[in-house]
Design a protein around this ligand. Structure first.
Ligand code: HEC
Ligand code: HEC
Ligand code: HEC
Ligand code: HEC
Ligand code: HEC
Ligand code: HEC
Length: 415
């Protein structure tokens, strides 16, 4: 009888441990499924007119919403709140009343995943700098793509194995107790296990090989990324946002970077060009007058009198250069933008979404070469027609890549 009791209490412990493990797995599974970056985009486009994360606007603040409401409820509410109310849901009716029956629109086109993404964004927020700050935004460069195993995954995995081990020991001891033997402690089992493992030469060799391979791989990646500035995102003297200009206001890249079509360099516009608009647009949505005043200080425009100060010596804005190939290489914008007809975004990424500009591509030699191997030359543009006809005949193909016109010759890219 006593043995049975002991047995049951041990089994109960095993179950408690199992349940804790399972529930913790479920909690983390619930936190995981959304992509906050996509959520942020969706939120800004569809919700931001009425919701802010940190305070009440037309509707309630969204920070912490996942703690107040279940995921299922939120999906139903966001997809169609009127329907949820009509179903008699008390919470839905209560919020509606609280906000003076100002109905929120339905979003039937958002998928479950979209909604999970938005919810993930409400948890994560605007990391790491909040746009509400009054200085220039100093958002960090986006992290480089993850390689190999995540530390957290590793930690979770080891914890899991540890708990599994403990359960096994418990089960073994329970069996021992049933048989009437003395149970051994976890520590005893563990030290016995280590002794066996240390004596096992094959295991030691295997372990050494695995660890060395891992270290060598890290070293290799570390060396390969020296000099690669992908993701470089310096703070600029004026909080100029490509998102506001090229994105929200749809200003053509070439309106400002008119040099890109004509020559080697794509110019950075002068403050005088900014004044085409900012003589009239005197306040911004985020920084008010602070950042636009820096343009005025550069060109000598007086806010009070609304006129240019006479005899003012222009002070060029000292933009920090983001992209910079080493001097040994030659890159020409017109060749790529005009002749090849490439979009700026092919090389510079989604600039129209960048609050702060960063280097999107690697800008390594391998990057240039890969594209020259893969990209077809735009033969329709009329440049070098004779040459193209000859090449078509030579390669017996209609597909002429940049490689075929000499795009891999060292001298084309190196002086
Ligand atoms: C036109 C304004 C408007 C837009 C756009 C809007 N909402 Fe709402 N939202 C409201 C109002 C107002 C409420 C308060 C409830 C009510 O009046 O029905 C609300 C309530 C909510 C609630 C419930 C809050 C709680 O405390 O239970 C959630 C969740 C929510 N909105 C999410 C969203 C999401 C996500 C989007 C974008 C996809 C969005 N809303 C777009 C106006 C809006
Ligand atoms: C209203 C003028 C304006 C428009 C429109 C504009 N830019 Fe810019 N761009 C700037 C200014 C000013 C800078 C320098 C500050 C900075 O880096 O944010 C810049 C910087 C850049 C840089 C980095 C230059 C460097 O230092 O290496 C790239 C790349 C760029 N822009 C691409 C684009 C693309 C692509 C578009 C269109 C989607 C675009 N820009 C539209 C004004 C503009
Ligand atoms: C073709 C018109 C145009 C040009 C050229 C232009 N801007 Fe703007 N700028 C805008 C518009 C539109 C806004 C947004 C105003 C708003 O939403 O209230 C804006 C906003 C801004 C803001 C305010 C940001 C904020 O959130 O407070 C800054 C700073 C700014 N521009 C800097 C520049 C600089 C620097 C240049 C020159 C390199 C430039 N702009 C050229 C149209 C222009
Ligand atoms: C084929 C890839 C490619 C395309 C397409 C491209 N760029 Fe670039 N861009 C680069 C590279 C590479 C650099 C760095 C050049 C250097 O350091 O000499 C650069 C640099 C820049 C700079 C910094 C000034 C300079 O010339 O060094 C600006 C601004 C810029 N690009 C804007 C644009 C705009 C606007 C477009 C579209 C009209 C565009 N780029 C299209 C690859 C590209
Ligand atoms: C997105 C694809 C792409 C990338 C990235 C790219 N190029 Fe090109 N490049 C082209 C294409 C397409 C052409 C052919 C243009 C034509 O029709 O003559 C070309 C042509 C050239 C030429 C002229 C070749 C000739 O025979 O006239 C040079 C030089 C060149 N690229 C240098 C570079 C350098 C340097 C880089 C990297 C910093 C680079 N390119 C990155 C697509 C690319
Ligand atoms: C399509 C353009 C292109 C062609 C073709 C090209 N290169 Fe390069 N090369 C580059 C660029 C761009 C860089 C600078 C990349 C960087 O800083 O990582 C570079 C860098 C180098 C470097 C310096 C390496 C370093 O890490 O600093 C050497 C050496 C070099 N190239 C040799 C060659 C030789 C040899 C050839 C002919 C077989 C060649 N390149 C063909 C674009 C090209």
């Amino acid at each position: 009888m006593k043995i049975m009791k002991k047995c049951v209490s041990r089994l109960r412990m095993v179950w408690v441990v199992l349940c804790v493990m399972l529930s913790s797995l479920m909690v983390s599974a619930q936190d995981l499924p959304g992509d906050p970056a996509n959520g942020r985009k969706l939120f800004n486009a569809q919700c931001a007119a009425c919701h802010k994360l940190d305070r009440r606007l037309v509707g309630p603040a969204m920070a912490g919403i996942t703690e107040r409401r279940s995921q299922e409820w939120l999906i139903r509410w966001i997809r169609n709140n009127a329907e949820l109310r009509a179903s008699g849901d008390k919470d839905a009716i209560a919020v509606y009343e609280e906000y003076n029956r100002s109905a929120m629109p339905a979003f039937p086109l958002l998928s479950d995943q979209d909604i999970l993404d938005i919810l993930a964004y409400t948890i994560v927020g605007d990391q790491p700098a909040s746009p509400a700050g009054d200085g220039p935004v100093t958002t960090q460069a986006p992290a480089k793509p993850e390689r190999g195993l995540n530390v957290w995954v590793l930690a979770g995995l080891s914890l899991f194995l540890l708990i599994l081990l403990m359960i096994l020991v418990k089960v073994k001891n329970t069996l021992k107790v049933i048989k009437g033997e003395e149970p051994t402690s976890v520590l005893e089992d563990f030290s016995k296990g280590v002794q066996v493992a240390v004596k096992n030469q094959k295991l030691i060799v295997l372990l050494t090989v695995v660890v060395s391979v891992f270290l060598l791989k890290e070293l290799y990646w570390g060396l390969m990324s020296i000099g690669v500035e992908q993701g470089y995102m310096p703070e600029q003297p004026i909080a100029f946002s490509h998102k506001i200009h090229a994105g929200e206001n749809g200003i053509d890249c070439k309106y400002c970077h008119y040099g890109a079509e004509k020559g080697k360099h794509s110019n950075i516009p002068s403050a005088a060009l900014c004044m085409n608009c900012h003589k009239y647009i005197q306040e911004g949505p985020k920084y008010g007058t602070a950042e636009i005043d820096k343009i005025y200080a550069a060109v000598g425009f007086d806010r009070e009198t609304q006129s240019y100060i006479e005899g003012y010596e222009e002070k060029p804005v000292k933009w920090v250069r983001v992209h910079n190939l080493p001097d040994l290489s030659y890159f020409n914008h017109a060749q790529h933008v005009n002749v090849a007809g490439l979009e700026c975004q092919t090389c510079h990424g989604p600039v129209e979404e960048m609050e702060v500009l960063y280097q999107y591509s690697e800008l390594t030699m391998g990057w240039c070469i890969n594209c020259h191997r893969e990209t077809e030359v735009n033969i329709e543009n009329g440049y070098y027609k004779d040459l193209h006809d000859k090449l078509k005949a030579k390669y017996k193909s209609d597909k002429i890549t940049a490689e075929m016109i000499g795009g891999l010759e060292c001298g084309k890219c190196h002086y």
